[in-house]
Ligand binder design. Structure first.
Ligand code: 4AD
Ligand code: MG
Length: 430
C-alpha cells in the first residue's frame, strides 16, 4: 500500500492508508493501545485493538519503546478530540526497529543533557516548532528579496580579508597561507552591486566570540543585502519592510508552531511599519534618564539594548553610533565626522540587535587610511579598493542575523535552540 504523509491525511478520510514514522507516545487501555505516531509532517493517534489485529499484536505493541520506528496500515477517521484531528484504526503494524531506553523522556531534562543529545532532542515538539519557524523565516526572507529584483550572490566561506575586525577571526591554514572563516559576506556583496545593482547573500558566518552569552553563537546564519545608489535611509526602509513581512508570514503560516511555543502573538501582530528611529545620542540620553551611568562613546551591551527596546513595542532602529565603535567600511556622517552613517535594529522584548548595517565609505583615500588604522593587511583588500576605483557609487547594506530573529519571533530565551546544531564556546558536539 502506498505511503501517505500525515500532512496530507485530510484527503484520505474513510480510506485505508500506510504511514511510516516513529512512536512518540503510547497509552494502554485494557485490550486497546493508543499510539501517537509522528512522521515528520504531522502526528496521528493510532488505535490498536485486539478485535482488529489480534491479542498478540496488542501485546507486542505493549513492549515498543518510545521512538521505535513503525509502519502502520489502517483506516483514517476524522476525530476532533484526537491530537491533529484524525485517528487511524490499525489493521497491521510492522516494527522497523524497536528503540529501547530512549534517553529523552517526557519528563524535564537539564539543558547540558539536552544539548549533548541535540541529535535526538530535535525530535521533540518544541524543537520541531522552532526549526519549522526557522525554515519559514528563511523562505520569507528569500521571497522578500527575490520578489524585489535582488540577485542572490553567494559569498565565499574561506576568505583572506577580515570584515568585522580581527578579534573574532577563526584562522585556518590555507596551503601555507592564512585563511579565515568568513565573518560576513558584505565585502563580496559590495563587489556584486557593480554587476547586479541589488544583491544578497545568505549563508553561515563565523565569529570566535570569547563570550558565553545567550545571544552569541560561534557559527550563525546571516542574510546580507547590498544596494547600489542607496543611502542609509533607503536601507532602513528596506530593513523594516523586510522584518514586517517576515513576521507577517510566520503569523500567517505558522500559527500551530507558535501555539506549541506558547508565543504571545499579540506582540508579533504589532510589528508593522514604520518602526521607530532614534539616534545613538538620543539613546544615551534615554539610558541616563533611566538612571544608567553611561558615557557618550561607549558601546551598548545586552543590558542597554534591552532597556532601549523596552520603550517600544516594535523593533527600534538606532542610528549614528560613534564611528570609533564601528567597522572600517562605514561612511562618516558629513554633519558630524565623529558619527557613522549606520543603523542597528533592536528587537522588542529584550532580544537585542537583529540587524546591523550602514552606508558604505566611497572614498579610496579614506578607506586606505582606515584599513591601516584598523591594522588590516593592505594586500588582502586591494580587490575591495578596486571597487572604489572603477565605477564607485554611493551604496548601503545590512546583515540580519537569522538565529536572533528566529529566537525573537519564537519567544525563546537562548539562541542555541534556534539553530539545528549550535556551535558554542564550549560545544562542538554533536
Ligand atoms: O552587526 P554585524 O556584525 O554586521 C555585519 O556583519 C555587517 N558586515 C553586515 C552587513 O552590513 N552586510 O552582524 C549583523 C547581525 C547582527 O545584527 C546580529 O543579528 C547577527 O548578525 N550576529 C550574531 N548572531 C549570532 N551570534 C553572533 N555571534 C552574532 N554576531 C552578529
Ligand atoms: Mg552589529
Amino acid at each position: 500500500m502506498q505511503q501517505v504523509y500525515l500532512s496530507r491525511i485530510a484527503g484520505h478520510v474513510g480510506k485505508s492508508v500506510t504511514i511510516k514514522g516513529w512512536l512518540q507516545n503510547r497509552r494502554a487501555g485494557g485490550k486497546v493501545q493508543f499510539l501517537l505516531v509522528r512522521d515528520g509532517t504531522g502526528e496521528i493517534q493510532v488505535v490498536v485493538s485486539a478485535a482488529d489485529v489480534g491479542q498478540d499484536v496488542v501485546e507486542m505493541v505493549d513492549h515498543l519503546g518510545q521512538e521505535s520506528s513503525i509502519v502502520v496500515t489502517g483506516e483514517v477517521k476524522e476525530d476532533k478530540r484526537a491530537p491533529g484531528g484524525y485517528e487511524m484504526t490499525a489493521a497491521s503494524i510492522e516494527v522497523v526497529q524497536n528503540a529501547e531506553g530512549y534517553p529523552i523522556t517526557p519528563k524535564e531534562h537539564k539543558s547540558p543533557f539536552l544539548l549533548d543529545h541535540r541529535h535526538l532532542w530535535l525530535r521533540s515538539s518544541r524543537q520541531r516548532a522552532i526549526l519549522k519557524i526557522r525554515a519559514e523565516v528563511i523562505r520569507a526572507l528569500r521571497d522578500f528579496f527575490d520578489s524585489r529584483d535582488f540577485t542572490l550572490l553567494d559569498a565565499p566561506i574561506l576568505s583572506g580579508a577580515a570584515c568585522e575586525g580581527t578579534t573574532t577571526l577563526f584562522e585556518t591554514d590555507y596551503f601555507g597561507n592564512k585563511a579565515y572563516l568568513t565573518q560576513s559576506g558584505q565585502l563580496y556583496q559590495e563587489a556584486g552591486i557593480g554587476a547586479f545593482g541589488k544583491v544578497y547573500c545568505f549563508g553561515p558566518t563565523f565569529r570566535a566570540e570569547k563570550s558565553k552569552t545567550r545571544r552569541h553563537l560561534m557559527e550563525f546564519w546571516m542574510l546580507e543585502p547590498e544596494v547600489a545608489y542607496a543611502d542609509l535611509d533607503d536601507i532602513m526602509v528596506l530593513a523594516e519592510d523586510m522584518v514586517a513581512s517576515v513576521v507577517a508570514r510566520v503569523l500567517e503560516t505558522r500559527q500551530k508552531e507558535l501555539a506549541v511555543l506558547e508565543r504571545d502573538t499579540a506582540m508579533l501582530e504589532k510589528v508593522t511599519t514604520p518602526f521607530p528611529r532614534i539616534t545613538y545620542s538620543e539613546a544615551v540620553e534615554h539610558l541616563r534618564t533611566g538612571g544608567l551611568d553611561i558615557e557618550w562613546g561607549k558601546d551598548f551591551g545586552g543590558d542597554e539594548e534591552t532597556i532601549l527596546a523596552k520603550r517600544f513595542d516594535k523593533p527600534v532602529m538606532v542610528t549614528r553610533y560613534p564611528s570609533a565603535l564601528k567597522a572600517f567600511y562605514m561612511s562618516r556622517d558629513p554633519e558630524d565626522e565623529k558619527l557613522a552613517l549606520c543603523v542597528d535594529m533592536l528587537a522588542p522584548e529584550g532580544y537585542g540587535e537583529i540587524v546591523g548595517g550602514s552606508q558604505r565609505e566611497t572614498s579610496l583615500e579614506e578607506l586606505e587610511q582606515r584599513i591601516a588604522e584598523h591594522g588590516l593587511p593592505k594586500d588582502a583588500f586591494q580587490w575591495y579598493l578596486d571597487l572604489r576605483r572603477y565605477g564607485s557609487v554611493p551604496h548601503s547594506g545590512y546583515g540580519i542575523g537569522l538565529e536572533r530573529t528566529v529566537s525573537w519571533i519564537c519567544g525563546i530565551r537562548h539562541l542555541r535552540e534556534a539553530i539545528p546544531f549550535p556551535r558554542l564556546m564550549n560545544r562542538l558536539y554533536p
